[in-house]
Write a protein that binds this ligand. Structure first.
Ligand code: ZN
Length: 161
């Protein structure tokens, strides 16, 4: 793999389902709903995982962690991100910084953002000042605004070790 620095983009969305808590950014956020999915539904971890894979042109999260594989049922998504970070280190890359935007109507994420940044920074192998998580409301529009889903966009920059 070539390039002194490589950028990747990730996107993920999950439907809400009855009963909390909601796992986002590796943090259990108190809520009346959780994120439906084969794993714990952590859309921030999934978007970041796709961004790291994208930077390496290594496909996507579904290729590496198929949702038909019982190993990933109810998986801690930070563990999936950690596996992809191991792959990045094998390829000779480390994270420079990561930035994620979460579109969610409720619950309010701001009180949990600092803890999310800390959890994600540990897995990405960087300082907390290199991981950004920004939460925006859906402004009443679409599935996000109708409190039916969350969507996340993320970018990650890798550099050669
Ligand atoms: Zn996902």
């Amino acid at each position: 793999m070539t390039g002194a620095a490589r950028v990747g983009i990730g996107y993920d969305s999950h439907r809400f389902a009855e009963g909390g808590p909601m796992v986002l950014g590796g943090v259990r956020v108190p809520a009346e709903v959780h994120l439906a999915g084969h794993s714990d539904g952590d859309a921030i971890a999934h978007a970041l995982t796709d961004a790291v894979l994208g930077a390496m042109c290594e496909g996507d999260i579904g290729l590496h962690f198929p949702d038909k594989d019982p190993r990933w049922k109810d998986a801690d998504s930070l563990q999936l991100l950690a596996r992809v970070m191991w792959l990045a280190s094998e390829r000779g890359y480390r994270v420079v910084n990561a930035d994620a935007t979460v579109l969610i109507e409720r619950p309010r994420l701001r009180p949990h953002v600092q803890e999310m940044r800390q959890r994600l920074a540990e897995v990405l192998g960087v300082g907390v000042d290199c991981v950004s998580v920004k939460a925006k409301s859906g402004e009443g529009l679409d599935a996000v605004g109708e409190w039916r889903a969350v969507t996340v966009q993320a970018v990650v920059l890798l550099e050669r070790t």
